[in-house]
Design a protein around this ligand. Structure first.
Ligand SMILES: *Cc1c(COP(=O)(O)O)cnc(C)c1O
Length: 470
């Protein structure tokens, strides 16, 4: 039997139709549709009633409050799982965080083309069917010095496609030191198997000589594959032939050379004291027949695999049936073309390509942002934490330049009274999650990968996350 209070509560519970008539619910129905709102309202009233029947006397039956709770439910259903986050890790090309952030020009290009129709496969000059690759091919050739180019879904797809077209049922020679695994279980040896090519390993883990390649070439050889060891370094007693020497010996035996560059930079970072990555132009100039690289690593565009090389080979690859399955979508093309155009002027690329801009930030240039963030966070925590600016190192990431350490500023938070683990976790549950690193009893915010425009929002996210600790 219900107590008297319970009976009163049941009686004061509004009918679903009355709740739906509330201005808040009407507005919700306008935005999200009547069906979802009435389901949410019905479910909630049902739950409140069940609570009362079980003797819960603390339930709320006030109409305004119930309407707000319906709004909360409906909004939760529309909250995106896939969201923007702040990268405070200092890893510029963070694969789990989507690698390269796009340039404004690329975002604008997506915006301009996404809402309506485009000339993706239309030749506007002739009015006839066109090729989706034509929009970027000339530009890629201009920027790399290659004869021809093709863009596919990603560089893993590029490797699969090139090996399938060039070497299916034949053999491919590769140095043992280059049989690498790249993040996400992409193994060169496995891709080779999938393509139907036979792997011929030469040399040793640390040393492969010209003669190792020479001896391995026979009538069955379709290709020499070089894989740029982009995500690790073998140091000490090592040897690999110069690319141009390898090309010379391969061409003397009529064997084409394919270089999987991995990152593939169009910008010479070495000139700025960063890494030892060859540019795509240099690789092409060394005479390789085919070369492929990612769109969203050092290039700083969207996920894509760019294949450049000699016309005769690119022509064949374009005709392969797999190309259709690995094709690049129209939004990627928009972002890629806009990003590539920035490279027509190096200064423009440095300024507007966020990947390059972040890589080239110096501690001096980041100082004011470090101080702004430190002041904002110090105000959030008050006496609860010690907030400092300390020197640290950022990483390039994305399997690029693994040993490179870029000097940076870390804003560090050391707790005086709360759990740092709880704060780190809470920072992932706020509407704008902030990804940090935890080191030596402190949460680190690396300033390098936080856009200056994000700093006020980071402070708000931290305020929110801290408040949620209770
Ligand atoms: C990253 C990488 C790939 C894979 O490129 P995705 O664009 O991520 O598919 C292939 N080869 C090398 C050497 C790489 O570094």
């Amino acid at each position: 039997m219900l107590e008297k209070r319970g009976t009163e509560l049941l009686r004061s519970l509004p009918a679903v139709h009355r709740l739906l008539d509330h201005p808040v619910c009407r507005e919700l129905a306008e935005a999200h549709g009547h069906k979802l709102v009435s389901t949410a309202a019905g479910d909630m009233i049902g739950e409140v009633r069940a609570g009362i029947l079980q003797g819960d006397e603390t339930v709320e039956t006030n109409l305004d409050m119930l309407a707000d709770r319906v709004a909360e439910r409906v909004k939760k259903q529309f909250q995106m799982n896939y969201r923007a986050v702040v990268n405070a890790t200092g890893v510029v090309l963070h694969t789990n965080l989507g690698r390269a952030p796009l340039a404004d020009a690329a975002v604008d290009a997506i915006e301009r083309t996404a809402r309506g129709y485009t000339n993706v496969e239309l030749n506007l000059q002739t009015g006839e069917r066109g090729s989706r690759y034509s929009h970027v091919e000339e530009l890629i050739c201009e920027l790399t010095g290659a004869e021809a180019a093709l863009v596919v879904n990603n560089n893993a797809a590029a490797v699969l496609l090139v090996l399938t077209e060039m070497a299916k049922g034949k053999s491919v020679i590769i140095s043992r030191g280059q049989l690498v695994e790249i993040g996400g279980s992409f193994r060169v040896s496995e891709v080779m198997k999938a393509s139907g090519a036979n792997l011929v390993e030469v040399g040793t883990t640390n040393k492969t000589h010209e003669y190792d390649y020479e001896r391995a070439i026979d009538d069955d050889t379709a290709l020499i594959l070089r894989v740029h060891t982009s995500n690790f370094r073998v140091v000490g007693f090592t040897y690999q032939p110069e690319l141009s020497d390898l090309v010379a010996l391969a061409h003397a035996r009529n064997v084409p050379v394919y270089e999987d560059l991995g990152s593939g930079s169009l910008f010479d970072l070495r000139a700025h004291g960063i890494g030892d990555e060859p540019t795509v132009r240099e690789t092409v100039r060394a005479g390789v027949d085919i070369c492929s690289f990612s769109g969203d690593k050092l290039l700083g565009a969207t996920q894509a695999g760019i294949i450049v090389g000699k016309q005769e080979y690119i022509k064949r690859i374009k005709k392969n049936q797999l190309t259709r399955a690995l094709r690049v979508d129209k939004l990627t093309l928009a972002a890629l073309e806009a990003t590539l155009r920035l490279y027509l002027d190096e200064d423009l690329a440095k300024r507007d390509n966020p990947t390059l801009w972040m890589l080239l930030r110096t501690p001096d240039s980041m100082g004011p942002e470090a101080e702004r963030l430190q002041a904002g966070l110090a105000a959030v925590f008050g006496d609860a934490a010690d907030v400092q600016v300390e020197p640290g190192f950022s990483q390039v990431g994305g399997g690029s330049l693994p040993t490179e350490e870029l000097p940076t500023w870390h804003v560090t938070v050391r707790s005086r009274q709360f759990s740092l683990n709880a704060l780190e976790q809470s920072l992932r549950h706020v509407p704008l999650p902030v990804m940090t690193t935890m080191r030596k009893e402190a949460i680190h915010f690396d300033v390098r990968t936080i856009f200056p425009r994000e700093i006020p929002a980071v402070v708000e996210s931290v305020r929110d996350a801290f408040a949620r600790l209770g």
